[in-house]
Design a protein around this ligand. Structure first.
Ligand SMILES: Cc1cc2nc3c(=O)[nH]c(=O)nc-3n(C[C@H](O)[C@H](O)[C@H](O)COP(=O)(O)OP(=O)(O)OC[C@H]3O[C@@H](n4cnc5c(N)ncnc54)[C@H](O)[C@@H]3O)c2cc1C
Length: 440
């Protein structure tokens, strides 16, 4: 029997890594708190399907997905709508979350992964500073490696000893609070845009959307501050005034959820431990997409674990996972997270100005649909951003905010470049402090 791997929580990266490791001969068990068939949320998600192939997962059957419609972005006053024009071969797919899980689970089981449902992970079990297992509602389980895929509030990450230097909390504005519901189709003409994404609508800091689907209207309310159902319903009523296709009968959803929208976790690994997915804050800051990143990270993690021929699974042998992740995605997300701080400083009037002045174009919005493409286009070069801002902004207050953003992005990018390429405890801990400081 191969080395024993525990996957705590059936996060998307966890189940994808589980499949790769089981295929390579590891003895892998996933411990998931929910009951079989009850995973995920009652809604659809969009993600780049190419990421599945990276994790060795086949494409789902055609009957289970459709291609995402281009989004149109609006500022708070709805004066200008900027539509994406994503090339056909680069489109993301839209799938029911439950179908995504069925697909991932089916694949993992076929590779030999074992799943224990209804088993709530409560805390890590430590031997000195090494994670050697998990405490759960069903008893204690031990393994050679624990992969933490428990999501943003993971009971493992948040209970690791401080001495490991792994951040426990998401920090200020580190999460976006979401309410999502599908309504029946209201009376009225189709909306001018099928998939409207609104920034700071109703003057509230956040992002919301109204998607005019065939059978229902999909409403998402996202805010940087927690809010309750009464506020979600009040806001939906505001949206109805300009979106009569939002009917009054809630067909599905009506759930609250949270997404991390901050820089990736500064240290992803410890002896016997690796975090993946929302537990390691791997979402695209601002946007909150996390699934494709999970699949890519799963491949890097699995390759790192397989390469550890002696099965030590300690910080030093797991460190290449961190280096690989930051190289592929993390450094870019960290830079974007630094820019996000400025978005939260903008007033609704300034957001309107950005839309109306042509500072952001449909081309920029289209590139935003493909993160790799976005990097290639702007290279997230702070100097280039300052030049662009100077050419487009006449308001000195707004210009100051943009220059501040560019400087923060430069700091975050420089911090990522300084990350030690090889594990050395002291150097990694002091680097993590520098990295975290870049976002203060
Ligand atoms: C409203 C909403 C819409 C989103 N839309 C998109 C989208 O369209 N595209 C996209 O790419 N991303 C989207 N995301 C983000 C995406 O869901 C996540 O980034 C991605 O799934 C990675 O999260 P995860 O799987 O690591 O964690 P999670 O999805 O949180 O999964 C964690 C798993 O661990 C289990 N778990 C948690 N705690 C315990 C415990 N104590 N014991 C045992 N099990 C536990 C949970 O039950 C769950 O199964 C959305 C998120 C939300 C909330």
């Amino acid at each position: 029997m191969g080395k024993r791997v525990i996957v705590a929580g059936m996060g998307h990266g966890g189940i994808a890594a589980a499949a790769l490791l089981a295929q390579a001969g590891f003895d892998v068990t996933v411990y998931e708190q929910k009951a079989e068939g009850k995973l995920g949320y009652d809604w659809t998600d969009i993600f780049a399907p190419g990421a599945l192939g990276i994790a060795g997962i086949p494409m789902p059957p055609l009957s289970k997905f459709e291609y995402k419609v281009d989004m149109t972005f609006f500022g708070p006053s709805f004066t200008v709508g900027l539509q994406q024009h994503v090339p056909l071969d680069n489109r993301e797919i839209k799938m029911e979350r439950s179908d995504i899980y069925d697909h991932l689970i089916g694949h993992a089981l076929a590779q030999g992964v074992k799943i224990r449902y209804g088993c709530a992970v409560e805390a890590p079990i430590l031997f000195g500073s090494r994670v050697v297992g998990i405490k759960t509602s069903e008893g204690d389980f031990y393994g050679d490696l624990v992969i933490d895929a428990c999501g943003v509030d993971s009971p493992l990450r948040t209970q690791l000893p401080d001495s490991l230097g792994i951040e426990k909390e998401t920090g200020e504005m580190g999460k976006i609070y979401i309410y999502r519901a599908f309504y029946n189709k209201g009376e009225g003409a189709p909306a001018e845009a099928k998939y409207k994404v609104m920034l700071f609508a109703d003057g509230k800091q956040g992002i919301s959307w109204v998607a005019d689907e065939e059978e229902y209207t999909d409403v998402l309310v996202g805010r940087f501050e927690p809010f309750d159902e009464a506020e979600a319903l009040r806001f939906t009523e505001v949206l109805r005034e300009t979106n009569p296709r939002i009917g009054r009968e809630r067909l599905r959803g009506g759930q609250f959820a949270q997404i991390p929208v901050r820089q990736p976790l500064s240290i992803l690994v410890a002896d016997g431990y690796a975090a993946i997915g929302d537990s390691a804050f791997m979402t695209v800051p601002l946007i909150g997409s996390g699934m494709a990143n999970c699949f890519k990270a799963a491949r890097i993690l699995a390759d790192t674990v397989i390469a550890d021929a002696n099965g030590a699974f300690d910080s030093s042998t797991l460190w290449p996972y961190q280096v690989g992740y930051y190289k592929l995605l993390g450094a870019g997300f960290a830079t974007l997270a630094a820019a996000k701080t400025t978005v939260s400083e903008l007033t609704p009037a300034e957001i309107d100005y950005i839309f109306e002045s042509g500072m952001v174009t449909e081309e920029d919005i289209t590139m935003g649909a493909d993160f790799t493409n976005l990097f290639a286009a702007v290279k997230l070069d702070p100097k280039e951003l300052i030049t662009k801002a100077k050419g487009a902004i006449s308001d000195p207050t707004l210009l100051k905010k943009f220059v501040g953003a560019a400087m923060r992005m430069g700091k975050a990018s420089a911090a990522c470049a300084m990350m030690p390429k090889k594990w050395n405890r002291d150097r990694v801990l002091s680097w993590a402090k520098v990295y975290q400081y870049a976002f203060k």
